[in-house]
Design a protein around this ligand. Structure first.
Ligand code: 5GP
Length: 176
């Protein structure tokens, strides 16, 4: 078990309120069109499951495995696909759902990867965004919260596999 000191940065209530707001904006944007929503495993699972329930459109849920962190708290700088989605996205609206934009490498990789499959449109959303950590320009349509350049856990985000089940976003005070 990890012995992190975790202090709450974003409460469960704040997350739930913001998710509903983003869901309402996406409902407006998609205007009842069918959308293939892609959950980026594993960090986006909580955000994805709450968000898709806040969007009033026909949603096809898909899951993609990507890794850029290997049990570490700094990005390896390399994005690798570990499992692909099952549906074709050619000619369809796509919603990419990320947990956090840190360096921006993962979101850029994802956008390029999906773009190559000729979708009708790509919309991107991330729960968290660390503007001070960006290493490359990254286009994002919606985000939940801007946060400082510190390592966070909870609501799907882990440290060495732990803490994904916290209902809030916590800042890590010390790492051992
Ligand atoms: P990027 O490619 O933007 O550097 O990183 C994206 C991925 O790195 C995220 O999907 C997430 O899995 C991981 N990541 C980035 N920052 C954090 C953080 O503060 N905490 C945790 N747990 N994961 C992070």
């Amino acid at each position: 078990m990890s012995n992190l000191q975790i202090s709450q940065l974003i409460s469960e209530e704040q997350i739930q309120t913001r998710v509903k707001e983003i869901g309402a904006e996406l409902t407006k944007k998609f205007n009842s069109d069918e959308v293939v929503a892609i959950c980026v495993l594993k960090g986006s699972i909580m955000f994805f499951s709450d968000l898709v329930r806040a969007i009033d459109s026909d949603i096809i849920c898909e899951f993609m495995g990507l890794s850029s962190y290997k049990d570490a708290t700094v990005s390896s700088g390399e994005v690798k696909m570990t499992s692909d989605i099952n549906s074709s996205v050619a000619g369809r609206h796509v919603l990419i759902v990320e947990d956090i934009i840190d360096t921006g490498l993962t979101m850029n990789y994802l956008q390029q990867n999906i773009k190559n499959r000729n979708p009708k449109s790509i919309t991107t959303v991330s729960l968290l965004f660390k503007p001070d950590a960006l290493k490359e320009e990254c286009e994002i349509d919606f985000y939940g919260f801007k946060i400082p350049n510190d390592f966070v856990v909870g609501y799907g985000l882990d440290y060495q596999g732990y803490h994904r089940n916290l209902p809030f976003i916590g800042q890590v005070a010390s790492l051992n």
